[in-house]
Design a protein. Structure first.
Length: 67
């Protein structure tokens, strides 16, 4: 899973980040309103989002090049 983000293009990474942000927001809202079935999903989604942000930032710094 960690290496799968490195194979994606910049545009795909940005779209995946938006999808994960929505998923994370929904999990947070469900945590407040109801009981979560899998409380670890919140942590794993947050970590996936951090990994995506790191790869996107590497593109911005020029460490990675657009494919």
């Amino acid at each position: 899973m960690k290496n799968s983000y490195e194979k994606l293009s910049y545009d795909e990474l940005v779209k995946a980040r938006e999808d994960l942000r929505k998923e994370y927001l929904e999990l947070r809202m469900n945590k407040v309103i109801t009981h979560l079935d899998n409380p670890l999903a919140l942590r794993t989604t947050k970590r996936k989002l951090a990994r995506l942000n790191t790869v996107i930032h590497e593109y911005a710094l020029g460490i990675r090049k657009n494919k």
